[in-house]
Write a protein that binds this ligand. Structure first.
Ligand SMILES: Cc1cc2nc3c(=O)[nH]c(=O)nc-3n(C[C@H](O)[C@H](O)[C@H](O)COP(=O)(O)OP(=O)(O)OC[C@H]3O[C@@H](n4cnc5c(N)ncnc54)[C@H](O)[C@@H]3O)c2cc1C
Ligand SMILES: NC(=O)c1ccc[n+]([C@@H]2O[C@H](COP(=O)([O-])OP(=O)(O)OC[C@H]3O[C@@H](n4cnc5c(N)ncnc54)[C@H](O)[C@@H]3O)[C@@H](O)[C@H]2O)c1
Length: 466
């Protein structure tokens, strides 16, 4: 039997739909199967709604500071239902756009639960009503919140899925986990007037990020009232009359609700992967080679179920890579695509202040590496954004390896997420500070921090004290 499609995709999240769009552009026939709406976690339960909630929280914070800028304003009540409606509006607009785009590119979208099947005829995705055969299959079923075995009721004990659906905010909340989700929710809830206790099992927030920058973020969260308890592994949670009580070491903490933000586990069981010859790691991730090829012939995996950072833009990059790889193998794309390197992928924590980074820290950059710190107290734009009386402006650190290449950029401060795309260019293009010292940055922008760091590393500092 001849293949019905060139490519069949299981999961229409960031990785799956990016693969579908790119493959269709390259002339491949594509079927994409998802049991939920196209767009996946990022669009419906992740990046987009959390950033809308964070933006609403920023509006409230800005209004509360308005008098320091000479603008009279009084804070009214916070209407969580209205914030949710605003976030839903953003999501549904983007969802409509994505649905239209997939249709216009000719991608066949099937709304059904699917599983992988591999036979002598090749790979296929089975749905209740059909078998979708293809020359190649991409599995991109993503990840779901770790629940730690706690009894999630969606009212007192929540995951981020539930937290984004709240129509009233609690007065008190416990956030379990000091990773990205925990820190973003602690930040936004604190700005919306919730009294937050954050429990983190290890001795630091956000492992992997510049320790000094994490300290700046921590001080700022504490200044806004977040009670941060490190070395506090939560072991149990029980519902009480007033909400929930959590045990963490010798501590017991009570609040109206508990958000569990303790990582996300790959969605890889019960969908025929191992039966089809795909190897899973002990953590349940799909084992792939450098080309995102699984142990099963012509079956690829992409996105959160592949070990590494769980980020939407990594999913896009994976999806695009797989589409081009398959098209190349089918003779429809002239060149072999370049595999995605996790180290080149920028990361942003959208809390207040933000943390943004790409590449490696100074500690990880190896012998002979050096770095420069540019403090945003010297940056005009950062000073304009800062309300009078606020203490910390933030800092940008640029890291250079012994061979002269820029291998890391790390920043903490208001709106520093806007810097990191340039950081990704510098790191991804293996630029040296000398290469880019002549590139002119507009004044007054936060981006001048990068020019200052380049100049300093190239031995010609301007506003940095030598
Ligand atoms: C609260 C939160 C905030 C986040 N914020 C950011 C952010 O700001 N920036 C960022 O880069 N990343 C963020 N992320 C991470 C980002 O959402 C994920 O990295 C991204 O969605 C992963 O894409 P994916 O395609 O691998 O999986 P997903 O987006 O999870 O898509 C998987 C799809 O597979 C479908 N599926 C699963 N099993 C089956 C089956 N058997 N049959 C049919 N369909 C199936 C699911 O319905 C889903 O639509 C956030 C995540 C969360 C939870
Ligand atoms: N801005 C963004 O890019 C963004 C935003 C949200 C989520 N995400 C992605 O979603 C993924 C999941 O985020 P996350 O924050 O849930 O996971 P995470 O792995 O980043 O952090 C989980 C934290 O929970 C802690 N923890 C685990 N068990 C605990 C316990 N019993 N008690 C106390 N602490 C405990 C861990 O030590 C860890 O610090 C991340 O990998 C991230 O890439 C990205």
């Amino acid at each position: 039997m001849s293949d019905a499609y060139d490519l069949a995709i299981l999961g229409a999240g960031s990785a799956g739909y990016a693969c579908a769009l790119r493959a269709a552009t390259l002339g491949l026939s594509v079927v994409m199967i998802d049991e939920a709406e196209v767009g996946g976690t990022c669009l419906h339960r992740g990046c987009i709604p959390t950033k809308a909630w964070l933006h609403a929280a920023k509006v409230r914070r800005t209004v509360s500071k308005a008098p320091s800028f000479g603008i009279g304003a009084e804070l009214g009540d916070t209407d969580a239902e209205a914030i949710r409606a605003y976030a839903d509006g953003v999501v549904s607009g983007l969802h409509r756009g994505l649905t239209g785009l997939l249709k216009s590119r000719g991608v066949t979208v099937v709304a059904a639960r699917g599983s992988l099947e591999v036979s002598d005829a090749g790979p296929a995705i089975r749905t209740p009503d059909a078998l979708h055969r293809a020359s190649a299959v991409l599995v991109a079923t993503g990840a779901a919140p770790a629940t730690l075995g706690f009894d999630i009721d969606g009212e007192r004990i929540l995951t981020s899925n539930h937290a984004l659906r709240l129509s009233t905010l609690p007065e008190t909340a416990i956030v379990l986990g000091g990773g990205v989700i925990g820190v973003e929710f602690a930040s936004l809830w604190a700005d919306l007037g919730v009294s937050v206790t954050l429990l983190e099992a290890t001795d630091r927030l956000l492992p992997g990020e510049e320790p000094g920058h994490v300290r700046v973020l921590r001080r700022e969260l504490e200044r806004r009232g977040v009670d941060i308890r490190l070395g506090a592994p939560a072991t149990s949670a029980e519902a009480t009359d007033g909400g929930v009580r959590v045990s963490a070491g010798s501590d017991s903490v009570s609040a109206e609700l508990l958000l569990i933000a303790a990582g996300r586990r790959p969605v890889t069981s019960g969908i025929g992967l191992e039966e089809a010859g795909v190897t899973l790691s002990p953590s349940g991730h799909v084992v792939v080679d450098g080309n995102l090829q699984t142990a099963a012939r012509n079956v690829y995996a992409a996105g959160d179920l592949v070990p590494g950072p769980q980020l939407a833009h990594r999913g896009y990059a994976h999806g695009i890579f797989v589409a081009e790889r398959i098209a190349h193998n089918l003779g429809r794309h002239p060149r072999k695509p370049t595999p995605v390197r996790d180290v080149d992928i920028p990361r942003v924590v959208y809390s207040s202040p933000q943390l943004a980074s790409v590449g490696v820290t100074l500690e990880a950059a190896g012998a002979g590496a050096d770095s420069v710190d540019y403090h945003l107290t010297g940056n005009g734009r950062a000073q304009i954004l800062r309300a009078p009386g606020e203490r910390e402006s933030g800092v940008v650190r640029m890291v250079r390896a012994a061979d002269g290449r820029i291998v890391g950029l790390h920043a903490v401060g208001e709106d520093v997420s806007e810097l990191i795309a340039e950081g990704a260019l510098l790191v991804g293009w293996h630029a040296t500070p000398e290469d880019v010292a002549g590139i002119i940055h507009p004044h007054p922008t936060l981006s001048e921090a990068l020019a200052e760091a380049n100049w300093a590393l190239a031995g010609q500092p301007l506003h940095i004290h030598g």
